[in-house]
Write a protein that binds this ligand. Sequence first.
Ligand code: MF3
Ligand code: CO
Ligand code: CO
Length: 262
Amino acid sequence: MAARIENETDLAGMRSAGKKAATVLEMIEPHVQPGVTTDDLDRICHDYIVNELQCIPAPLNYGGGGGQDPFPKSICTSVNHVVCHGIPTPSKKLKNGDVLNIDITVIDNGYHGDTSKMFFVGEPSVLAKRLSKVTQECMYRGIEAVRPGARLGDIGHAIQSHAEAQRFSVVREFCGHGIAKVFHDDPQILHYGRPGTGQVLEEGMCFTIEPMINAGKRNIKILPDQWTAVTKDHKLSAQWEHTLMVTADGSEIFTLREEEQL
Ligand code: MF3
Ligand code: CO
Ligand code: CO
C-alpha cells in the first residue's frame, strides 16, 4: 500500500509532522560544535522531540527482527565517510573539519516527518563543501521532477545525472520511501534511473527524496553494529532529505526550514 493523502486530516497531519521534524534540525544547528559528541546531539534532540514537540522519535527501537537488533537511538548521526544510519555514541566527539548528516524522523499524532541535512563542524574541506552542495542540489533536482504524470525514473535520473556530471557517485543500497502513517512505505524512490520509466506519480502520493552521494566509488559496507553504512573506499559521503507530497502542479515539501527560499 503506497502512502497517500486521503483527506484534509491527513494533509494537516503530514504538514504538522513535517514542520516539527524541520524544527529539530533548526534547533540542533548551534549545538554542532567541536568537542560535542554525537550522543550529546541525540540526547538534545530526543528531549526536544519528546518534551517540546510532544512527538515520538521514530528511529528509537525501530526495525530489528530477522536477526537485526533494533536501532538504539533517537536520531541518526552520520559523520564523514558514514553514508547513513550512524548510531550516536559518547565515543564520537566532533572535531574541526568534520561534516555530518543528522537525520530526524518524528511521529506526530500518527504521521511521520522525515528530514536530514548536512552540518559542518568548524571549517570543512573544499571537497566536503562541494559534495554537500551538489548533494543538496541533487535532492532539489529530484524534487523539481515531481508532478502528476512524471515517473519515478525521472526523479532518479535528475539526481544521478547531476551527481555523475560532478564525478560523484550515487549510493544504490538505500532509497527514498513512501511515508505517512507508515515510516517506510511503498513506493521505493531510487536515486538513479532512466527517464520515462517506473511508476507514474499521482496527486496525493507522499514520499521522501534522500539521495546519498559519495565523493569516491558508490560501494558501501555495513559495520558489525548492523546499522552504520560506510563507504568502502572511506571517502566522504553526503545526504539531504525532504518529505513531500505530489500536488496538482508539482509538489509540496512538508519539511522545509526557515533558511530555505524556494
Ligand atoms: N530516517 C531514515 C530514513 O530516512 C531511517 C532511519 S531508520 C533508523 O529513512 F532505524 F536507522 F533510524
Ligand atoms: Co527517509
Ligand atoms: Co530520514
